[in-house]
Design a protein. Structure first.
Ligand code: TXA
Ligand code: MG
Length: 320
C-alpha cells in the first residue's frame, strides 16, 4: 500500500500553519516562481540536516537561502556593487547571488556546506514572500525533488514523494518559470555564471557587463567543481579508533577512547546521523582552532546521511 500524500496547504489559510511548522524545525514544500522548494529554517542545523536527509543526496551541496526582501538579504551577506545592481534589477525573481556571509548571519554552516559564502535569493512568487515574511526566518530550500529526479513544478509533485517527511506543501499553483534560478558568484566585482537558469545571461550582462566562467581552481567554483569545499588546515585522519598525544578527536557514538583529550567533540553520542550532520561543520571548525597535530575522526556508518558526512570528511582529509 502506498503512503497517502503530505497535506497540501491552501495559499491563504495555510500560510500561518506552514510558517509555524518552519519555525518549529519541520520541513515545508514551498512554491516559488522557478520550482517548488523543500524548505527548512536555515538557522536550525537540525532542520537543514533533515533537508539533506530527505533529498537523499550522497553529498552535501550548499543550499539557496530564501529571504522575503532585499534588506533582509543584506543582513546575511556582504554585497559588492555589482551584486547590488543585480538585486535592484532582478529581485524579487529567479536570481541567486553567492556572496561572503556575514559573521553574525546565524545561517547554519551545514546550509552552506561549510563555505564562507551564502547563496541568497528573494523569490518573486507572492505566496513564497508571504510565507517568508510570516515565518520571519531565512529559509533554506533546494528544489523539492529526490536526488536524480526531475524538478517539481506543482504542489502534487512534492506532496507524494515527501509524504511523512514534510509537514505539508503550500499550494502556489504551477510554477511560472519552471526552471531553477540563475546562480551568480563574484570574483571581486566580476560576475561569474555558476548555474544558468531562469534569468538569461544576456539580461545579466546588460546590467553588469560580461560574465566570466568559473575557473576550475579559483575561489569561486560551480557545484561540481567544489572539490574540497571547507577543509580544516589541521590534517585529518579518518576511521580512527585511537587518539595519540597532540591529536584531538571527533567522536561518533557512545564508545569513544578513554584518552580522548579535553576539547574533543562528539558528532552524536547516540549515533544519530542527522544530529551528526547538523554538528559536522561547526565542530570541524572548533577542532581546527585547537592547534592539534591532527583531527582524528571515528568511523561513521555509510548509511543515510552517513554517506554525505563521509563524502565531506574524505574531501576535507585530502591534501590541498
Ligand atoms: O530556483 C531555485 O534556485 C530553486 C528554488 C527552490 O529556489 N532552488 C534550487 O536549489 O535550485 P538547489 O539547492 O537545488 O540548487 C542550489 C544551487 C546549486 O547549484 C549549488 O551548488 C549553488 O546553488 N550554491 C549554493 N550555495 C553556493 C555557494 N555558497 N557557492 C557556490 N554555489 C552555491
Ligand atoms: Mg536541484
Amino acid at each position: 500500500m502506498s503512503k497517502s500524500p503530505a497535506p497540501v496547504f491552501d495559499p491563504e489559510n495555510g500560510i500561518a500553519t506552514a510558517a509555524k511548522a518552519l519555525q518549529s524545525g519541520q520541513l515545508v514544500g514551498i512554491p516559488t516562481e522557478t520550482v517548488y522548494g523543500l524548505g527548512g529554517d536555515a538557522t536550525n542545523d537540525d532542520a537543514v540536516a533533515a533537508i539533506f536527509e530527505a533529498k537523499g543526496r550522497p553529498s552535501f551541496n550548499p543550499l539557496i537561502i530564501h529571504l522575503a526582501d532585499e534588506d533582509s538579504a543584506w543582513d546575511h551577506v556582504i554585497p559588492c556593487d555589482a551584486a547590488r545592481k543585480l538585486a535592484e534589477a532582478f529581485w524579487p525573481g529567479p536570481l541567486t547571488l553567492v556572496l561572503p556571509r556575514r559573521p553574525e548571519s546565524g545561517v547554519s554552516l551545514l546550509a552552506s556546506a561549510g563555505l564562507d559564502t551564502l547563496a541568497i535569493r528573494v523569490p518573486a512568487h507572492p505566496t513564497a514572500r508571504l510565507l517568508l515574511m510570516t515565518a520571519n526566518t531565512p529559509v533554506a530550500a533546494p528544489s523539492a525533488n529526490k536526488s536524480g529526479t526531475i524538478s517539481p513544478t506543482r504542489a502534487e509533485h512534492v506532496a507524494g514523494p515527501f509524504a511523512g517527511v514534510i509537514a505539508g506543501v503550500v499550494d502556489g499553483g504551477p510554477c511560472q518559470v519552471g526552471l531553477e534560478s540563475t546562480v551568480i558568484g563574484f570574483d571581486g566585482e566580476v560576475p561569474v555564471l555558476l548555474r544558468p537558469g531562469g534569468i538569461a545571461a544576456e539580461d545579466i550582462e546588460n546590467i553588469v557587463g560580461p560574465l566570466s566562467n568559473p575557473a576550475p581552481d579559483g575561489a569561486i567554483a560551480s557545484p561540481g567543481m567544489l572539490k574540497r569545499h571547507y577543509a580544516p588546515t589541521t590534517p585529518i585522519r579518518l576511521d580512527a579508533q585511537d587518539v595519540e598525544q597532540g591529536e584531538i578527536m571527533l567522536g561518533f557514538g557512545a564508545e569513544t577512547p578513554a584518552n580522548a583529550p579535553e576539547g574533543s567533540r562528539n558528532l552524536s553520542t547516540s549515533g544519530d546521523l542527522r544530529e551528526a550532520a547538523a554538528n559536522l561543520f561547526a565542530m570541524l571548525r572548533e577542532l581546527d582552532d585547537v592547534g592539534a597535530n591532527c583531527i582524528v575522526v571515528m568511523p561513521i556508518p555509510e548509511t543515510g546521511l552517513g554517506q554525505a558526512i563521509n563524502d565531506r570528511l574524505r574531501r576535507a582529509s585530502r591534501p590541498a
